[in-house]
Design a protein around this ligand. Structure first.
Ligand code: NDP
Length: 279
């Protein structure tokens, strides 16, 4: 396995704030060439300056709205470039709110950014990485991916967001299994509450002005990124930055194995008899 410290090109989506900004500055300090993607051009320019000072070999900014197919296609084209050996799919929006009331178009954009773009960019990146025998993809999900049956009490109302992050987790784990013998690593990062501007805005309207941090508290974004990059080096597929008992991931896999025992041809007895159902 090639070291991911090698100074190739890293493309980071959602680089204009929070976790993405931290990935960018950290990777800059490792001497990488960076491609920074987000909608807020001024923020990207400010980051480009900071990243250059931090040691980036070069910085490109790519202003794009990943919910728009034409913008996504431009970013996918850049990701498929033969210099890119690290893709960080970090951009995300939440669309929180009561499912029956939240704007249906906004939910579509949540899926476009959190699911469609993440998948399309990974698909654009992986073939070249496989051909060149090196590369990695980091997908930023959330611990809310595992909060399906918890009520929206203290947690946000989040059915579509949690579903999109559940997709990121299952997609990444399944792809990791598919690529287990390949020289390309994939990782899904599942932060808990993180101190960014994620909870400052409504819908997907970008927060204006200087970078800020929401009042909800949470882990510093820098620690999320430290955990992710350290986990990537050790080949950790599911990275939960705040999880002390890392074997919980193995226990999840064991519980899934139990569930898959339900894949047999016979219906479970608790549902009654098949012939009764037909009457
Ligand atoms: P921020 O709101 O600070 O950053 C989100 C980033 O995504 C911004 O750079 C934003 O840039 C970008 N983005 C949003 N919509 C689009 C779009 N349509 N096209 C391109 N870029 C877009 O939040 P975080 O840093 O906290 O979020 C990063 C990731 O971490 C997300 O995937 C989020 O779901 C996840 N996460 C966050 C947690 C938290 O508590 N903060 C907890 C768990 C996971 P711009 O507006 O300039 O386009």
């Amino acid at each position: 396995m090639t070291s991911h410290d090698a100074p190739g090109t890293a493309l980071v989506t959602g680089a204009s704030s929070g976790i993405g900004w931290e990935y960018a500055t950290r990777l800059a300090a490792r001497g990488r060439h960076l491609v920074l993607v987000a909608r807020r051009a001024e923020r990207l320019e400010a980051l480009a300056e900071e990243a250059s000072k931090a040691g980036a070999a070069g910085v490109e900014t790519l202003v794009a709205d990943l919910a728009r197919p034409e913008d996504l296609a431009r970013v996918a084209e850049r990701v498929s470039g033969d210099d890119v050996d690290l893709l960080v799919n970090n951009a995300g929006i939440n669309g929180y709110g009561p499912f029956a009331e939240v704007d249906a178009d906004l939910l579509g954009r949540v899926l476009n950014v959190n699911v469609v773009a993440l998948t399309a960019l990974t698909r654009a990146a992986v073939p070249g990485m496989l051909a060149r025998g090196r590369g990695a993809v980091i997908n930023v999900a959330s611990l809310l991916a595992f909060a399906g049956d918890l009520p929206p009490d203290r947690l946000p109302q989040r059915a579509v967001y949690a579903g999109s992050k559940g997709y990121a987790v299952t997609f990444t784990r399944t792809l990791a299994a598919e690529l287990a013998d390949a020289p390309v690593r994939v990782q899904v990062v599942c932060p808990g509450l993180t101190a960014t501007e994620f909870h400052l805005g409504a819908g997907d309207t970008p927060v204006s002005g200087e970078r800020r941090i929401h009042d909800e508290g949470g882990m510093p974004a820098a620690d999320v990124v430290t955990a992710s990059l350290a986990g990537l080096e050790t080949g950790e597929v599911v990275c939960v930055p705040g999880l002390t008992e890392a074997d919980a991931v193995a226990r999840l896999a064991a519980a899934e194995l139990d569930l898959r025992r339900g894949s047999g041809a016979r219906m479970a007895p608790r549902y009654g008899r098949t012939d009764e159902r037909a009457e």
